[in-house]
Ligand binder design. Sequence first.
Ligand code: NCD
Ligand code: ZN
Ligand code: ZN
Length: 453
Amino acid sequence: MNGGLVDLVIANGILVTPDGMTPGAVAIDGGRIAATGSDAAMPPARRVIDAGGRHVIPGAIDVHVHIREPGFSHKETWASATAAAAIGGVTTVLDMPNTNPPTATAKAVAQKIALASPQALIDFGVYGYIGEDNIADLAPMARAGASAFKLYLGSDNPLVPCPNDGAVLDAMAQIAKLGRRVTVHAENTGILRWREAQIRAAGRDDLQAHLDQHVDIATVEAVSRIALFSEWTGCPIHIAHESCRHSLPLIADAKRRGVDLTAETCPHYLFLSMDDAARAGGNALRVKPPVREAGHAGPLFEALASGLIDMISTDHAPHLQDEKRQASIWRTAPGFPGVETSMQLILTQVAAGAITLPDYVRMACEAPARAFGLYPRQGSLLPGTDADIVLVDMNAAGIIRGADLHSIGNVTPFEGMVTTGMAVMTLVRGRVVAEAGRIVADHGWGRALSAPA
Ligand code: NCD
Ligand code: ZN
Ligand code: ZN
């Protein structure tokens, strides 16, 4: 602070933390939160933003996004993805390693950070890939800035093949010593391969065939196995994109046993089922793991509300229109964008009274920051921490339209959904990057989480 004068005060708001809501203000100086408290207690500021009685929350942290660069910049770039994120109220993302080249060596980590940095509008971390051939690279990747690691179980992407269980155990034993968490795409490779062959041989190529391939037990088994491996090796794990209510007792049991396990689910598993296929564009609903039949969303939402599932992420996975609109399910690219629409979808549940705004801050801001070693610098409103702040208008009505999204691949299964509540201003380290749905900062403001100062 310079003579008691701070850079910015956000006044006349309602500050939201997991513990509750209080009317008040935030003072920001040098990119950090200088103070929170009543409007009257704020220091003089160069600039005052009147929150107009709206809610002030920490920026959301999305630990599961596929930004696509390098290799697939026709689907998404660091510039487009971080614009979508900023407008959606997200101030930090963790990017997945299934790019080309995959993020599988220290050099690839450094190259991705160098590619991302001049484009990013928000802060970001990158995942390192775990494979059979790069176990010796795990420690160098962490030193090069990998924030966490990604383990594919059940993937059929040749860029990021699934390591065998022996290699998984060795990798987890190494990562246990690195102080990083392993995010796991948990499905059983053998079950998926076998069933795909059977189903294709039967001549089926519809959306239901994709669901029948990915039977519940394929993910339930992999969640169970990876929790056991975590318990055995001491390696912290994070269950990616939980889609199945039958996994919930296993997650609860692992937590009871003291396994260092966290879990996420995504809006498409909470708000969609196979019953929504027609509205979501038929085969375009394809995602791995699948959006299942009705009956999973309710238990998943309850688990998220109770904290059994720790956090909300999106598995933001954009593909082009042509890649999504295919007659055969086997040729339809899996996944869709999510980073821009997640907050407004969950806030709609807040507006409906299903959860509270403090619950939302816990699952979208605090929990991901804690799980990935970012707390309290991110995910809190504590003095001294990064001023990553979002102004939320709980009365703002919205309609989700793919054409309005800032991702390049903009086919959304939430097309036409009516929402209540959204981010109206996003600040990253004290700077306004998005306001009323527009980007107002320069690309390059975003920083790599683990980059040397
Ligand atoms: C992801 C993608 O497209 O990169 N697709 C998906 O259906 N979720 C890959 C993944 O997360 O497994
Ligand atoms: Zn996955
Ligand atoms: Zn993913």
